[in-house]
Design a protein around this ligand. Structure first.
Ligand code: XMP
Length: 554
């Protein structure tokens, strides 16, 4: 958690990425025809049934952090399909619904007869009651936020080695008032006599609170008690292990054919490049397009790391002039984005032809991009994100896809990058938008404005790194405003541009808070920018959180 956070509280927001849902199995993201290891080579996994909780992905990540592979499936995945996957355990996520609502998401009841241990979280517990014969009622008071849990039966394996009194995080309206036959209460809160229940014989466990969020401090231990204790999982999921499996799978899929990868220098495409190169060596060609909207030294770092260090076949496409020409005179942000997206496709398409015949196109797609989200009523997140998915490649490019990161969460991709020997500068790179500096250079884009912005941005980054704050923030950058104002430098009056400093902390880019950068550091940044960069005379600080602002200015 970031010490500068205004409220100190981060409720992870589900990223309902607006990725297309076509071509996906109706029961989840896994397909046999790509590298997502449908019946993993992993012999141990936990299935999470998603009932629409904003925390579903957090649960999946917590399981992986316990070194066990996890997959998210839709709440109504047939029990037979789950049985085929042979998971060691099933977790029922929470969800915003009421089990008695007409359109309540309900599981295939046969999952309770599979003999596989099940942990129901929040709404998941209410499903036990609904499916196995208990009762759920509208709570008199919504139970939301911190509560103290008292463990009444310490022999319950879920609470092994945990204290009798625990701080937990609740978020529910409905409440369990009668538990199904076979179950017994294990723990209580002031507001609920059934805060935790168990049916040890049938391996069914339910908790009203959320163990996956940071506000349940011993939640990890509780989840580990389920994963390792009750389900009997080992610790088989590690990135070292994954490298070997992925290399083998990639070789199987690609054979002797050639692969093309669009390398942006971002974390995902960089890790995908290093992994593919390990698997198929010179069969891989990476195309790196310089759109003239990159930050300082970016093209040098990519060429240094991938060309000279990894000795990857790197095709460098310098399209700086073309992009600038197309953007001349354009001030509308949406038009800028469209032009950049289209020009990128044109350049990339021509570059692939020059690269020679290849059967495969590799992409750094991640797991959150392919999880089929259960729509949450009133959740605006999906809408917000959609405009970022610009610049997809055209349908007429006839490649088969290789997506070797498709099972991984971002933090796993970073670990994988380190495992493959990528430098910290790339592995912990901050998110950088596809349209690059175009979204940070407001108004018309000219090479002079880009020069100013690039130099100012480099100073912000250098100083934040020197203060050991750069890698602790989500994003830190400079924005060039099209506002010119009067200043005085030496004995001369100037009429120059303004630079805004933007530093935000965030969990996933959906919400953000501005970072309380120390004053002396801000002073140093401001002094250096005004002294070292010609063409600007004013530095301001952006104090806006998201919402109501966005992270980028555009
Ligand atoms: P906003 O500005 O909407 O940005 O608050 C949220 C996050 O998304 C990044 N961003 C983009 N990422 N292509 C991307 O890959 C884009 O076009 C794009 N636009 C914004 C932004 O940097 C922030 O992390």
């Amino acid at each position: 958690m970031n010490p500068w956070s205004a409220d100190g509280i981060h409720v992870p927001i589900r990223i309902a990425v607006a990725a297309s849902t076509k071509n996906r199995s109706p029961t989840g993201p896994l397909r046999p025809d790509n590298l997502c290891f449908e019946f993993p080579i992993m012999n141990e996994q936990i299935v999470i049934l998603d009932f629409g909780s904003q925390y579903t992905q957090v649960i999946a990540r917590r399981v992986r952090e316990a070194s066990v592979y996890s997959i998210i499936l839709r709440y109504d995945t047939p029990a037979e399909e789950i049985r085929r996957l042979a998971p060691k355990g099933i977790i029922l996520s929470g969800g915003p619904s009421s089990v008695y609502a007409a359109d309540a998401p309900l599981p295939d009841k046969a999952i309770f007869k599979l003999g596989i241990p099940i942990l129901g979280i929040c709404y998941g517990v209410q499903i036990f009651a609904h499916s196995l014969g208990g009762r759920v009622e509208k709570g008199q008071h919504r139970e939301y936020g911190k509560a103290t849990l008292t463990v009444r039966d310490g022999s319950c394996p879920l609470f092994r080695k945990l204290p009798k009194s625990l701080q937990v995080w609740n978020s529910h309206g409905d409440k369990l008032t009668r538990i199904p036959t076979g179950f017994k209460p294990v723990a209580t809160t002031d507001n609920s006599e059934f805060a935790a229940i168990e049916d040890r014989k049938r391996h069914l466990y339910g908790i009203q609170f959320h163990p996956e969020v940071v506000h349940t401090p011993r939640g990890r231990d509780l989840l580990n008690n389920f994963i390792q204790g009750i389900c009997g999982c080992g610790r088989s999921w590690t990135m070292r292990h994954y490298v070997d499996q992925a290399v083998e799978e990639i070789r199987k899929q690609v054979g002797k054919d050639r692969v093309i990868l669009g390398l942006s220098g971002g974390v995902d495409s960089s890790v995908a490049a290093a992994l593919l190169h390990k698997a198929v060596g010179d069969q891989l060609t990476c195309i790196f397009v310089n759109n003239g909207l990159l930050r300082a030294r970016e093209e040098d770092v990519v060429q240094e790391v991938f060309g000279r260090h990894f000795k990857i076949r790197l095709q460098y496409e310098n399209a700086t002039g073309l992009f600038l020409k197309k953007l001349k005179g354009i001030t509308d942000p949406e038009r800028k984005r469209k032009i950049i997206g289209k020009t990128f496709i044109d350049v990339f398409q021509t570059a692939t032809k020059r690269a020679g015949a290849a059967k495969f196109l590799a992409q750094g797609t991640l797991y959150p991009d392919v999880i089929e989200s259960v729509p949450i009523a009133g959740n605006p997140a999906a809408m917000i994100k959609s405009h970022h998915n610009v610049g997809g490649l055209p349908k007429n490019m006839k490649f088969k896809l290789v997506e070797p990161l498709k099972c991984l969460f971002k933090d796993e991709v970073r670990q994988l990058g380190l495992e493959l020997g990528l430098p910290k500068e790339i592995v912990y790179r901050q998110p950088f938008p596809g349209p690059g500096l175009a979204v940070r250079c407001l108004g018309e884009i000219t090479s002079d404005k880009l020069r100013i912005l690039r130099r100012a941005d480099a100073i912000v980054v250098e100083e934040m790194k020197a203060a050991d704050l750069y890698y602790k923030t989500w994003q830190t950058f400079a924005v060039l405003l099209p506002v010119r104002s009067v200043g005085v430098q030496g004995d001369e009056r100037t009429y120059d541009y303004t630079i805004a400093i933007r530093a935000v902390e965030s969990q996933d880019g959906m919400t953000a808070d501005w970072v309380r950068v120390p004053y002396d550091l801000l002073e140093r940044i401001s002094l250096r920018i005004t002294n070292e960069v010609r063409g600007l005379n004013r530095v301001v600080l952006d104090l806006t959180s998201k919402p109501p602002g966005t992270i980028e200015w555009e």
